[in-house]
Design a protein around this ligand. Structure first.
Ligand SMILES: Nc1ncnc2c1ncn2[C@@H]1O[C@H](COP(=O)(O)OS(=O)(=O)O)[C@@H](OP(=O)(O)O)[C@H]1O
Length: 352
């Protein structure tokens, strides 16, 4: 080849390299300025994916007509859980004369995610703080990407999440019909011990001590000291149980949500839940829901390593000091939760 021709080709290559470098730098500059203008999106690289459902299939379609094999085997398990609720409701409505229609006030625990067509009924002491954090990521349109970046107290601020009672009746009906509705449940007595430990044995929970502790001690403790009556901060588990089974308690006002039954908070006999998650398989069930919602690749339910979690053994210990008469009465209060969600009677329970 002639040297002149070689020289021309070399120049050509250099020109092309310069051009590619210039274009690359230009694109980087544009990307930089764009991210300066939209800092939230820059902080959250998954924002756009978590934000809005992609494709035409809704979580409900994915649940009842799965396209992936791994989703279809789990779907069978959830059908069995739904059937259990239906059967218990049917059996209970036959034996009970009480019939009622839901009002918007009954829908305060149902958190709505319009972007992914989800409704979550939160049950306190069943990891609802973490689920509320996840719902804030899902509804935040890119504001958050990691649930754990949201402080626990923020997750409980009611204005941070929209609940179903805030919609008009036609809007409520539309969402109940078309969204995937789910809740999480826990073995009722373990949930109760979790509530007792958190609300009555932690020094910082003074509002619960004042609001409920003082009342429980006044009613259940003979010869209570003035200090105990005033502070309400040393309620014993036996006293808490006595308060729960006392017929006056629920006549006076409904139970606090931390120990209220799941069927009273979420109304599973009136609202058809598509998915019943269990605390015992919390992460597995939660990630299944996120997968059905189409965000499973970007968002995972927070894992937990708290060593002081309430366990079955711990619950057994707490119930050692409860008389069989009180255990029987307490079981009656939570019986529907036991039956509906298929929890067998704990082996430590001694019924009368
Ligand atoms: N990912 C994960 N895995 C296992 N366990 C978990 C998880 N997230 C929360 N938890 C446990 O849930 C209990 C707290 O529930 P809530 O957040 O609903 O409590 S509260 O209603 O806000 O008071 C509390 O249970 P106890 O420790 O037994 O009280 C938490 O330990």
């Amino acid at each position: 080849m002639k040297p002149a021709l070689l020289e021309v080709m070399r120049m050509n290559r250099i020109c092309r390299m310069v051009l590619v470098t210039c274009l690359g730098s230009f694109a980087l500059v544009i990307f930089y300025f764009q991210s300066m203008l939209h800092p939230v999106i820059r902080r959250n690289p998954f924002g756009m994916d978590i934000c809005c459902r992609k494709g035409s299939r809704s979580p409900l379609q994915e649940l009842y007509n799965p396209t992936q094999l791994e989703l279809s085997s789990t779907a069978i398990l959830h059908q069995i859980r739904r059937d259990q609720v239906t059967d218990t409701c049917r059996a209970n409505s036959m034996s009970s004369r009480k019939r009622r229609v839901l009002t918007p006030n009954d829908l305060k625990h149902l958190v709505v995610d319009e972007d992914h067509e989800l409704i979550y009924c939160y049950v306190p002491k069943v990891a609802c703080t973490n689920w509320k954090r996840v719902m804030m990521v899902l509804t935040g349109r890119g504001k958050y990407s990691d649930p754990m970046e949201i402080p626990a107290n923020e997750a409980h601020v009611s204005s941070n999440l929209k609940t179903l009672n805030q919609y008009s009746i036609p809007e409520i009906n539309h969402r109940l019909k078309n969204y995937m509705k789910f809740l999480f449940v826990r073995e009722p007595f373990e949930r109760l011990v979790s509530a007792y430990r958190n609300k009555f044995t932690q020094k910082y929970n003074t509002s619960f001590h004042k609001r409920y502790g003082t009342k429980i001690i006044k009613r259940q403790r003979k010869n209570a000291t003035q200090e105990a009556l005033h502070k309400g901060d040393d309620v014993k588990f036996e006293e808490f149980v006595a308060y729960l089974i006392d017929p006056h308690t629920q006549r006076e006002e409904p139970f606090n949500e931390h120990w209220q039954t799941v069927y009273s908070l979420c109304h599973p006999c009136h609202i058809h839940y598509d998915l019943i998650g269990k605390y015992e398989t919390l992460e597995e069930d939660s990630n299944y829901i996120l997968q059905l919602a189409g965000v499973g690749n970007y968002l995972k339910f927070p894992t937990y390593a708290k060593s002081t979690r309430t366990t079955d053994e711990m619950t057994t210990e707490f119930f050692q000091n409860i008389s069989s008469e009180h255990q029987t009465q307490l079981y009656e209060v939570y019986k529907l939760d036991f039956l509906m969600f298929n929890y067998s009677m704990p082996s430590y329970v001694k019924l009368e």
